[in-house]
Design a protein around this ligand. Sequence first.
Ligand SMILES: Nc1nc2c(c(=O)[nH]1)N[C@H]1C(S)=C(S)[C@@H](COP(=O)(O)OP(=O)(O)OC[C@H]3O[C@@H](n4cnc5c(=O)[nH]c(N)nc54)[C@H](O)[C@@H]3O)O[C@H]1N2
Ligand SMILES: Nc1nc2c(c(=O)[nH]1)N[C@H]1C(S)=C(S)[C@@H](COP(=O)(O)OP(=O)(O)OC[C@H]3O[C@@H](n4cnc5c(=O)[nH]c(N)nc54)[C@H](O)[C@@H]3O)O[C@H]1N2
Ligand code: SF4
Ligand SMILES: [Mo]
Length: 903
Amino acid sequence: MQSHAPQNTHSTCPYCGVGCGVVSNKGSATIAGDLLHPANFGRLCVKGTALAETLNTQGRLLQPVVDGMPADWPLALTTAASRLQKIIVEHGPGSVAMYLSGQLLTEDYYVANKLLKGFIGSSHLDTNSRLCMASTVAGHKRAFGEDVVPGCYEDLELADLTVLVGSNLAWAHPVLFQRLLAAKAVSPDKKIVVIDPRRTATAESADLFLPIRPGTDVAMFSGLLAYLARQGQLDTDFTEQHCTGLTQTLEAAQCWLNIAQLADYCDVPVSDLTTFFQWFGATARTVTVFSQGINQAANGTDKVNAIINVHLATGRIGKPGACPLSVTGQPNAMGGREVGALANQLAGHLRFPSELTGIDETPDAEWQALRQFWRAPDLVQQGGYTAVDLFAAIGRGEIKAVWIMATNPVVSMPQADLVKQALQRCELVLVSDIYQDSDTVAQADIVFPALGFAEKDGTVTNSERRISRQRAFLPAPGEARADWQIVCDVAKALGFAHGFNYQNPAQIFREHAALTTLCNNGRRALDLTACRAMSDAAYDAWQPQQWPLPQVGYDSARLFANGQFYTADRKAKLVPLSGLEVLPRQGGDFVLNSGRIRDQWHTMTRTGRVPALMQHQSEPFVAMHPNDARRYQLKDGDLVELSNALGIFRGRAQLTDAQRCGELFVPMHWSGQFGFLSRCDVLYDDSRDPISRQPAFKQGQVQLKKLVVSAELVLFSRQPDLLPQLHGLCSYVVTVPHANMTEYRMALTVPANALAQLISLISHQLISAIQQSAAGAPPEQIQAQAPQHWRQAYVQDDQLQALLYAGPTLPALDRAWLDQCFANLLTATTRRQLLRGAPLEAGDCSALVCSCFQVRQQSIQQAITKGARCSASLGQQLKCGTGCGSCLPEIRQLLQHAPMLKI
Ligand SMILES: Nc1nc2c(c(=O)[nH]1)N[C@H]1C(S)=C(S)[C@@H](COP(=O)(O)OP(=O)(O)OC[C@H]3O[C@@H](n4cnc5c(=O)[nH]c(N)nc54)[C@H](O)[C@@H]3O)O[C@H]1N2
Ligand SMILES: Nc1nc2c(c(=O)[nH]1)N[C@H]1C(S)=C(S)[C@@H](COP(=O)(O)OP(=O)(O)OC[C@H]3O[C@@H](n4cnc5c(=O)[nH]c(N)nc54)[C@H](O)[C@@H]3O)O[C@H]1N2
Ligand code: SF4
Ligand SMILES: [Mo]
């Protein structure tokens, strides 16, 4: 670890799989984009821009916790080891599991996989990448023989046609999206096609948008293949020399020769579908980008192969500007795949004997080689439970100990309530996290405090196979340790010191690199030979590089240009598909789609703490078409409940014609830490892809109910942790952090006369909380009350402590001003205005559009009415869109709808 971090430290953003380079400047405590990093060349999105604001230690885990009590490391480690040992002795190694994360570094991942599969001898090790990349992994293996992304980011800039299917790139991989748009700005003839059931921010920038019926992507791409074949637009030289399966694949696709029928099936206009096919046929330089709209489906693997089929059949792979490009979600989802941290993988792309049976004379050669290399006699011989089955096995009591690292399955797994119950029942739950209060940490018997971004050292691999360094530039908070270190400490306590005596991450990385050379000889693309003897200094100085490393003699930017694949016969496989099999199952009133919003990262443990990132969307919502809303007499902002046999979710109706009728979209982000009944994953059942076992998060089924609200309440408080006390008091509670206050938004559905009682309960709790923090003195109360309306302020020594507004409707609240009231001592004027919720000269309280410069919708609309006609001139006037650029699609939308504005 670096003890004397230099003034500027180069590291990698810990959020998405774009893998942007960042530079931390110690002097100014800022984090900026790394101008030299080949992923982003200095750009950052809104989350990356706000990184510095996540680096305080508030809420961090600073020491281990054993059975709810703070503990020192020796106690935590010996307790963990002795309890694990007892379970292994009594129930066998197969009763122990690990559930890891694409947010671990490669070195963390490597040692965890080695410990469980090699030394403890259990194959039940899976990762949240099962929820994320498993279909792509399975699709790549089926087509290419190995899990390899053929292209690179530059291909997006070189392509003349970019097809974004099941990817909201503008919000989920914003820097890649900016690179794409910048290339298009230089060459406006480049075309972008977006295929998504929702008209997303990405779709707003498309030349053609196909609002596909969910789940029909296989049909659409099979139809495209049939069309291209009929037009004579296949690359038959390439397919004859380098592919197998074309004939059967074309046969299977024949059922979609009639474009009108296909358009009907996919529910898109036939003219638009024809345009897409014509553009595709006419454009050699085509990149198809895909993500969770493809992977997270009951036919996710087939969707991946339907896309790859078209690229293989047209020879558009491994060439500049032509490839299928899976964009990975997490910063190190790719690294996890490299070290084999999925239940059906071994390590270093080495395969289990079952995978080589039939294609190799000695199917156990790779397994034997690894066993020897690790000196691990107990190395498992076959795959284990994948995520959903793993938690089911915990629920059944078959798995008795689980170690969860860097992921929050109580929020992010399907059947989330069952996952929670399974952990409650599980004999031993170990959790390594960086925060004290995640929904999963709450279920742990032993909690290990881990180092987070800025404190830890190691490598990550991004979507284009580029390995970059995360480097430490802050000291460890409290007693937190690196994830790899914690794994090695437990391994040693279990008696496996000989396999886990690493001094630093460089040593682990070298071992990982050496492992990739086992039984390789060009049989696998993942080959890090060049790094096996790398010095510590070279590791520290590592510059971002793609694998296979150039020294091995490949073009490392693009693979397969030479037509050599990693199957037994070196040919790529086309997979016969028709796509007729799977459509969203009917059952509920609505199909439930879910995914990301612009400013939040997953379960919000980090981004939910940054006030600026909480403003774009402050509450869980249910996006729906206005026609659906009408049927339920809903207007924008009304409270709705989604439910099915598994659970309940509540959020605000968000009316938008970007949704298809009969389909809803909810954010995946809200957890029990931010709301009550806000976890959408309680609604997803265990349906998943039969090959990849990846859950179908885009196609749940739910009933919808309007919640008739009798009163809305907003409480602003200096106290950041009142949520547990408010849970259960109301029908709906969410919390929104601000810089100097925490906001609790609540709603009551019971008759309005219960409001008085609720107010007095809350008031009582507030007074006692304030009294406690102020050593006994009761706060001064300022209040105004009209029938059914309450407004109260709690003040102590001229310091505002809490503010409560309640009634059938609420006043327009100027939150920025209120936050300032909490920051400063109250003056006579502010005191008088507090209960209004806004100063007499109210500022702009409309929706926040630009998080970087805090520019709101009303200001943008006013500038448009005064004559601003493009995003550039709005940028000049207001600065909006000139920071990270993530809000440009929304600004363009405001410009588009300008004539209809009434201001
Ligand atoms: N802001 C932000 N960015 C992130 C993340 C985050 O939490 N926040 N997380 C990162 C991670 S881990 C991941 S995996 C990526 C995910 O990145 P994306 O996959 O781009 O994001 P999602 O919002 O999950 O889903 C993408 C789109 O798939 C569409 N879709 C749903 N069903 C179908 C279908 O049947 N067919 C098609 N064609 N499309 C469909 C959805 O409507 C949605 O717009 O984002 C990464 N980036
Ligand atoms: N409905 C629905 N559900 C989904 C999805 C969806 O689209 N829809 N998407 C799925 C996908 S693609 C993904 S990737 C998952 C993501 O889901 P999760 O992985 O559960 O989400 P995170 O919030 O990223 O969880 C990371 C945890 O690790 C902690 N952490 C952060 N840094 C470190 C570190 O360095 N070390 C350790 N030990 N801990 C750390 C954080 O505090 C947090 O608790 O969600 C899945 N769930
Ligand atoms: S696009 Fe944003 S979240 Fe993704 S790596 Fe870059 S800065 Fe981080
Ligand atoms: Mo993901």
